[in-house]
Ligand binder design. Structure first.
Ligand code: G1P
Length: 286
């Protein structure tokens, strides 16, 4: 079984839900406390053993590449002032470990992933959607890797959602369950609650076999007229092992304003530096 060394980060989205904040910079650079969303996703991938990060970007998103580069002027000024550069440590990356390709048109998540096909080649790979901030120990992708070592094939992260929310997610038709691992018998993108095969939704973490790229090549459109990753994955079912893993931890949907604010509060409360003051403020206004 080939190990998973590469991860795709679809980051071409326009972030219209966060306008005007995202007018001039990538939504993945919005901070949760003091780290941008992309940092959490990259850290999670690193922890899971991923060696190569592939950003699928779009126009106006160069800030994401700059973020993981060395900021010469900034470092020179900070050094000159005798300031520690420790805060920049997470932004350091191995030379050549971050690649980027552009998705020239917003044709859907499946299309974004397919844009990375030549860098992925013939290897299994992970996909991380940075909007989904996953807090867990070990991290979500690391938990999925443990499952992958046992069952191989394709693994997606799943989470129970209220029935009335199924139209916001990919939803699985579950087969037999073994602890946190559930066999995936079918997948539907954004079904209406009455059509949903379950309330187990796909959240933004995937370990996929390279064959999915061949399916995406057909550019078939699905929900919303977009090329959906969910539809391509559905075609792998039956040809390869396919499981959903219920992640042990907390997911914050940072693609949504409420989820984003809650994530900031939750992660702030967990921090030694800002946590006590934030907790005191909440107690005060509650
Ligand atoms: C995407 C996927 C969907 C998945 C969701 C998780 O949807 O298409 O299957 O459930 O991410 O966040 P989006 O949120 O981009 O509409």
């Amino acid at each position: 079984m080939k190990s998973v060394r590469k991860a795709v980060f679809p980051v071409a989205g326009l972030g219209t839900r966060f306008l005007p904040a995202t007018k001039a910079f990538a939504k993945e650079l919005l901070p949760i406390v003091d780290r941008p969303l992309i940092q959490y996703a990259v850290d999670e991938a690193r922890e899971a053993g991923i060696k190569q990060m592939i950003f699928v970007t779009g126009r106006g998103k160069v800030g994401l590449e700059d973020y993981f580069d060395i900021a010469f002027e900034l470092e020179t000024v900070m050094r000159g002032r005798g300031k520690s550069l420790e805060m920049l440590e997470p932004t350091r990356s191995q030379p050549g470990s971050i690649a980027s390709v552009r998705q020239q048109e917003p044709l859907g998540l499946g299309h974004a992933v397919w844009c990375a096909r030549d860098i992925i080649g013939d290897e299994p790979f992970a996909v991380l959607l940075p909007d989904d901030l996953m807090v867990g120990k070990p991290g979500c992708l690391a938990q999925m890797m443990q499952a992958y070592d046992k069952v191989g094939g394709n693994i997606i992260c799943v989470q129970e959602v209220p029935r009335e929310k199924t139209a916001s997610y990919g939803v699985i038709a579950p087969g037999t369950a073994d602890g946190k691992l559930t066999e995936v018998k079918g997948l539907v993108e954004k079904p209406r609650p009455e059509d949903a095969p379950s309330n187990l939704a796909v959240v933004g973490r995937y370990i996929l076999q390279p064959e999915v790229m061949r399916i995406l090549e057909d550019k078939e459109t699905g929900a919303g007229g977009e090329i959906q990753l969910t539809d391509a994955m559905a075609k792998l079912i039956g040809t390869q092992p396919f499981h959903g893993l219920t992640f042990d931890g907390q997911r914050h949907d940072c693609g949504d304003k409420t989820g984003f604010v809650i994530a900031n509060i939750a992660l702030a409360l967990d921090r030694h530096d800002v946590g006590p003051a934030v907790r005191a403020f909440i107690a005060d206004i509650a």
